[in-house]
Design a protein around this ligand. Structure first.
Ligand code: ZN
Length: 293
């Protein structure tokens, strides 16, 4: 069975890193990920450069992407301005999301959940008008520090998102609080609601439950996962957030379990090694790249 791996390292992986990676290095990095067999790559986010300095070169990164048959590049957008920027930069795929947590939304986006929903609807409407492929996400879908996220709320948000005619739905465990039972429970409700549209899981390994959550999701019928090379990552606006599940580790586990991904782990590991030295780090959180790189 085929599992789709969506590489989010160039965006989620790098966004919190203080060392600015030069644009040409980012482009090389993305190119190497393509060569490693990744077919979907989230390349950047269109946020204010003051908020996330690492993403200040979003347009230049997009301008340097090479067209490869079957490869889809996407960008994260937080507002209408970001949406315009992504479109002008030539991206056809945008990732739009809101947080299920009212308190996270207020801290992160300066909006109540209700206002964020209205804003989300506007962005989706505009993106549809432009004919873009839209991935609609729910951040903190598995909990936030203030315990203001319930299953019922997430299911209701998913229902509303899907009713807008999104192409894909993404559930993000931004805080790394998800556990396998919860993942199974939520996906059992949400995957049927999506009526065949992809439901993507975006997991952080903050509490070491990332791969266990992948197994639970697979059993619940989910076959689309966001991962980041070397396990880099973490939201700028979530305290103590740590890396995404590592691409190499996830792919290794999937292949060992008999799933196919089309991803060459050794080539991804080379990328992680390259980034480890560019970022001046002793090591990245991922395990497999250290064995292979
Ligand atoms: Zn994330």
């Amino acid at each position: 069975m085929q599992v789709e791996i969506i590489e989010v390292g160039p965006r989620d992986g790098l966004q919190r890193e203080k060392t600015f990676i030069p644009t040409d290095q980012k482009i090389t990095l993305i190119q190497k990920l393509v060569e490693a067999g990744l077919r979907r790559i989230q390349v950047t986010s269109f946020v204010h450069p003051k908020a996330v300095p690492q993403m200040a070169d979003a347009e230049q990164v997009c301008a340097g992407l090479s067209h490869v048959e079957g490869v889809v590049y996407s960008g994260l957008v937080l507002n209408l301005k970001g949406l315009e920027r992504a479109r002008n930069a030539g991206l056809n795929d945008v990732d739009v999301s809101i947080s299920a947590s009212d308190s996270h939304s207020r801290q992160n986006a300066n909006m109540s959940l209700a206002d964020a929903q209205t804003h989300f609807h506007e962005m989706v409407a505009r993106a549809r008008e432009y004919g873009l492929t839209i991935r609609g996400g729910i951040q903190c879908a598995f909990g936030y520090y203030e315990n203001d996220v319930t299953d019922d709320l997430v299911i209701e948000l998913a229902r509303q998102h899907l009713a807008l005619g999104l192409d894909e739905l993404a559930l993000a465990d931004s805080t790394g609080m998800a556990n396998p039972a919860q993942v199974a429970r939520l996906l059992a409700k949400i995957i049927p609601m999506a009526e065949g549209k992809p439901v993507i899981l975006h997991l952080h390994d903050t509490r070491g439950m990332g791969l266990a959550n992948v197994v639970a999701a697979l059993e619940a019928g989910c076959c689309h996962f966001d991962t980041a090379f070397g396990g880099l990552g973490g939201c700028n606006f979530i305290e103590k957030a740590t890396g995404n599940i590592a691409t190499e580790d996830t792919v290794y586990m999937l292949h060992a379990m008999g799933y196919q991904t089309g991803v060459d782990i050794a080539k991804v590991a080379e990328v992680s090694k390259m980034m480890e030295s560019l970022l001046g780090k002793q090591s990245l959180p991922g395990k497999m790249y250290q064995l292979l790189g």
